[in-house]
Ligand binder design. Sequence first.
Ligand code: CP
Ligand code: NVA
Length: 299
Amino acid sequence: MRHFIDLKDFDSDRLEAMLASAAEMKSGKDVSQPLAGKYIGMIFEKPSTRTRVSFEVGISQLGGTPVVLSASDLQLGRGESVADTGRVLSRYLDGVMIRALQHETVTELAENADIPVINGLTNLSHPCQIMADLQTIIECHGSLKGAKVCWLGDGNNVANSWIEAAALFGFELRLAGPEAYRPPAALLAWARARGAEIILTEDPVAAAHDASVIATDVWVSMGDDAGSRERDLLPFQVTTALMDKAQPDAIFMHCLPAVRGQEVTAEVIDGPQSVVFDEAENRLHAQKAIMAHILSENF
Ligand code: CP
Ligand code: NVA
């Protein structure tokens, strides 16, 4: 079964092919409708703007019919098992995207569904976001080769998917944040065992030095307690002074939604190096490519 749960489930050739398809779709060269006659469910256990709209529009552009489901409206919200939900949805739908509170919900759904399952964000990863971000880097800098990505702040779900991408595509990744906010040790070990160049530091200036990409995300993700996060992560705020440490044509990336004045200043996110709205747009193209590939008969 061809699910799209994490980048590390794929080899880089397959992901590169998806990124090439995404570029063809964006340019208008590929207007095929591989989802014609297909129904794709979208389950949300957490709020969403980009994922919700880009999937719904993307499914329609590919000729399919989106079926949007809020988890609280499903019997899932009243305790029906994820396994039974997967079995039932497989009788109606041709694929399902899910944004889940717990990563295990996505893997359990995939284990029990006879249709492809796509991860639209969990507490542990956000692979669709990083596919859009990789497309954006290629558009801005021509290639992923030689990229030096600097991630600042929380070692969260988006950071985890960056780690997987760095391992698969072989670009350098610097993660700057307090030790207590580091990504899971097992994921770092997996990436390093694959030869990934991942630098962990508590020095934001060293991490940003000569970087081609400066990326960050909210300090309080959905489901997190604010606690002392604002105080702990303040030294890792992306400022103009920090952007100046990076390469002159470095881009600023953020998956959005953002909190101006926390993880990034308004000057940076609204400034000339920011590509955050291109990333948001590329969610549409990247996800169309993902769906076209995993729902293709020839996958
Ligand atoms: N970046 C992202 O996934 O945004 P939404 O939460 O709005 O879907
Ligand atoms: N890390 C953020 C990403 C939102 C798209 C969260 O999980 O809330």
